[in-house]
Design a protein around this ligand. Structure first.
Ligand SMILES: [Zn+2]
Length: 107
């Protein structure tokens, strides 16, 4: 009996690479890639102005989940605003299964 469960969980190697790139980004970048304002990396994760890692091309759209080239430093607030793109503005493409970076980040 073959298993039909093909849920793709990130491997621990991918997770490690993501962690490494995330730290690299936090060490090298000081400015939010979305609003251009400085990011205070000492703020707790619960703070909207704290640092968050954003996927430039969302993983759900084929973006690389761990590559440094696809990651950017943002404010949590800005990251959230980006992933919330209001449908009222224009919604030509609204993938139902869009993985939000924050959820992805908490694997
Ligand atoms: Zn920002």
């Amino acid at each position: 009996m073959a298993s039909d469960k093909t849920i793709r969980y990130p491997t621990s190697a991918a997770r490690q690479e993501y962690e490494r790139n995330r730290r690299k980004l936090l060490a090298n970048e000081d400015v939010c890639a979305i609003c251009g304002q400085p990011v205070d990396k000492t703020l707790p994760a619960s703070d909207l102005m704290s640092a968050a890692i954003d996927h430039i091309i969302p993983v759900s759209k084929g973006g690389d989940p761990v590559a440094l080239e696809n990651l950017q430093l943002t404010h949590r607030k800005c990251n959230r605003r980006k992933s919330d793109k209001l449908p009222s503005v224009r919604a030509p493409e609204k993938p139902a299964a869009d993985i939000r970076p924050e959820e992805w980040e908490s694997w």
